[in-house]
Design a protein around this ligand. Structure first.
Ligand code: PLP
Length: 486
């Protein structure tokens, strides 16, 4: 018969971190409660105010809590999430949240995020993430195929801004006259000049500043009536800069500008950049995945002719934040910008897998590829085509209703899913006020925007739950508020 001291002697020693770990029963129970919370959130979503009536006492409670000595059970944390965090959050997934380019996430994303945390793969070295590495490579290769890029590579980033920054770093190094890593831009006599349309996303400006190019060497090129970059003005600017002893090196085209969704003339840009020896980067963060739809494929396929291409799976693939991506045609140039191989990393090479640490600015990197891989595999191409086309239809529907409404006018052609419009006779301040009133009334979260120097109201359809009825009620409310403000 075993004595009590024998039994104690046979118990496995407790892990050092047992304070921070859960046993299988605790895990099961937390997962059940999480499932309940998700289902309840979905059921209540449409009845919530799109922008919260912020409970200042609750916010102060968060800000003023001292560092706790002791922990709390998960149930309490979830209750607090329900009663404090959700009601004080902007309901991005609410059917009438149509601001920025900020989609509601697909159903599989929360699960992918959770499971990526469980494995906690470090997607820097393949030895720390073999399956994740293959998954990221597969996702990238699907993206290359979407744009008919036969040879190239890419990496999942935190978003479009980091993708643009990475692309422009590689472009800068590729056009540096000496050794970019040793010399930086300090010794460059003829400044490198970058070109993008006046409608390009500000992450291009940010990248120009961060990369030492300087905003004085970023030319914002004028656009045509459709808010697309004008090639004639680009040509003139490049000629002038060369005359002035500068070195034009890169043009950024947009596959969906952030405000109006305009698609720059990508085919012409690709031809022009090839002839002139300029790097072409296409910022497709907003719109490039609309290549899945036959309707836009002919225009967007040309994005694949760029030297580098930004994509944002957390936009039109509806992965939860954060998941961006950048593709490069020339893998060796891409690697040269980012590869540092310190001995303490012990990097091994593998014929199938990549050390992503050599292809981007980060060392530790989370397993973001899982939610992108699952998004594509959980739903498949056909579902994405249906959703993207329904969103394009919704934008057209709003555009047509605006055209029919004598009091309203369209501010820019509807190309993707963004609709910019004005109330005739209302000034800039009046438009900004209408946007604020819509939000304050909890009716809808739309964006303010400026098109061709004038304020307007902007709805961007990247929300999975919006219906035509939402569009109608938003326009009715805009008309009511605008009349009140005149
Ligand atoms: C055209 C464009 N480029 C870049 C970005 C920045 O992307 P992110 O917010 O993922 O950094 C956006 C965001 O809306 C965008 O619309």
């Amino acid at each position: 018969m075993k004595t009590e001291s024998d039994a104690t002697a046979m118990e496995p020693p407790a892990p050092v971190g047992r304070d921070l770990l859960w046993n299988p029963d605790e895990l099961r129970s937390a997962a059940r409660e999480l499932g309940e919370l998700l289902a309840g959130y979905e059921a209540d979503l449409a009845s919530r105010s799109v922008f919260p009536d912020i409970d200042r006492a609750a916010i102060r409670g968060i800000l003023e809590e001292p560092f706790p000595e002791d922990g709390r059970p998960m149930r309490e944390l979830l209750d607090e999430f329900r009663s404090v965090v959700i009601p004080n959050s902007t309901q991005i997934a609410h059917p009438r949240f149509l601001a920025y380019v900020l989609p509601s996430p697909n159903g599989v994303s929360p699960f992918a995020d959770a499971l990526a945390s469980v494995l906690n793969q470090n997607c820097n070295l393949w030895t720390l993430s073999p399956a994740a590495n293959a998954i990221e490579r597969k996702v990238v290769s699907w993206f290359l195929d979407l744009f008919a890029i036969s040879e190239g590579g890419g990496i999942i980033t935190s978003g479009g801004s980091m993708a643009n920054l990475s692309a422009l770093a590689v472009a800068r190094d590729a056009h540096h006259p000496g050794d970019p890593r040793r010399e930086g831009l300090q010794g460059v006599r003829s400044p490198l000049v970058l070109y993008a349309s006046e409608e390009a996303h500000h992450s291009i400006d940010k990248a120009a500043a961060l990369l030492g190019l300087g905003l004085n060497n970023l030319r914002h090129i004028g656009t045509d009536g459709g808010c697309r970059l004008r090639l004639d003005l680009l040509r003139d600017a490049v000629v002038q800069d060369r005359k002035d002893g500068k070195t034009p090196f890169c043009v950024v085209g947009s596959a969906g500008t952030v405000t109006t969704g305009a698609i720059d003339p990508l085919e012409e840009l690709a031809e022009y950049c090839r002839r002139e020896g300029l790097w072409l980067h296409v910022d497709g963060a907003y719109g490039a995945f609309a290549v899945l739809s036959e309707r836009l494929r002919p225009q967007l396929l040309h994005a694949g002719r760029a030297d580098s291409l930004t994509l944002d799976p957390h936009k039109l693939l509806f992965a939860s934040l954060e998941a961006g991506c950048v593709l490069f045609r020339d893998q060796e140039r891409w690697r040269r910008t980012f590869s540092f191989v310190p001995p303490y990393l012990g990097m091994n090479r593998d014929p199938d897998l990549l050390n992503f640490a050599e292809y981007g600015p980060q060392l530790s990197r989370s397993f973001k590829a899982l939610k992108v891989w699952w998004a594509i595999r959980a739903y498949g191409r056909k579902a994405y085509v249906r959703v993207i086309e329904s969103l394009l239809d919704l934008a057209s529907y709003m555009g047509e209703r605006i055209e029919r409404e004598p009091a309203l006018e369209i501010a820019a052609p509807v190309t993707l899913t963004a609709v910019c419009f004005r109330r005739g006779g209302l000034d800039d301040t009046g438009h900004e006020q209408v946007v604020r009133d819509l939000v304050a009334g909890g009716v809808a979260f739309l964006g303010p925007a400026r098109v061709k120097g004038r304020s307007c109201i902007r709805a961007c359809f990247t929300n999975l739950r919006t219906t035509r009825r939402d569009v109608d009620s938003i326009l009715d409310e805009v008309l009511r508020l605008a009349d009140r403000g005149r």
